[in-house]
Design a protein around this ligand. Structure first.
Ligand code: SF4
Ligand code: SF4
Length: 192
């Protein structure tokens, strides 16, 4: 288990970075719990949405570290239910996006989240190459990244039979525009 002395203090508390970089105020949250009550994943999260906001409000290095290492930030579906229910209009999905990106930058990703990241990367690679999702390409790339080679393999014949999986990807006409979007996003990510 990690001790407090091993946690490097961040140059700036996360709540300040969140305010400066994405203009969201975690201090607006008054812990009514409506976000957690409506979140379809809160039962699976180690910290519920309002608990994550409370840890951020405290602003101590140990609390910020706990948030960045949490599994819950990777389970968020960005469904926006929490945001739409919040009486204070806290855009929590926007904050979650920021937290995931910070967790990657600071190498604090929860070990169980690596498969989720592999799935996201495989999804984006498919879009980058063809302009749309190729299910077979996504599955192949995900399995190679995670070595979960046999996971759900029994479903493949049924899905082929029902025409849900196409072997050859469809390519859209505007792939150059898609490539430019990826290039711009990568440049911005490297400049952060
Ligand atoms: S619904 Fe809004 S105010 Fe209530 S706990 Fe969630 S974020 Fe805070
Ligand atoms: S956006 Fe994320 S945190 Fe908010 S309700 Fe949906 S899954 Fe839960």
């Amino acid at each position: 288990m990690e001790t407090k002395s091993k946690i490097e203090p961040l140059a700036q508390p996360l709540k300040e970075k969140i305010l400066n970089e994405i203009n969201e105020q975690v201090m607006k949250c008054y812990q009514c719990g409506k976000c957690a009550a409506g979140c379809p994943l809160s039962g699976e999260m180690d910290y519920t949405p309002n608990q994550i906001l409370r840890l951020l409000q405290i602003g101590e290095p140990t609390c910020d570290d706990e948030v960045l290492r949490s599994y819950g930030i990777w389970l968020c579906l960005t469904c926006d239910t929490c945001h739409s229910r919040c009486p204070q209009e806290v855009d929590f999905p926007h904050i979650m996006d920021f937290l995931r990106s910070e967790a990657i930058k600071r190498k604090k990703v929860h070990p169980k989240a690596k498969e989720i990241i592999a799935f996201h990367r495989s999804f984006l690679e498919s879009i980058e190459k063809t302009g749309r999702l190729s299910e077979v390409g996504l599955i192949a790339s995900y399995k190679l990244k995670t070595f979960n080679l046999l996971q759900d393999v029994d479903l493949a014949p049924k899905m082929f039979a029902k025409g849900k999986l196409e072997i050859f990807p469809h390519r859209i006409k505007g792939r150059q525009a898609i490539a430019r979007i990826f290039e711009k996003a990568m440049k911005e990510a490297h400049n952060d």
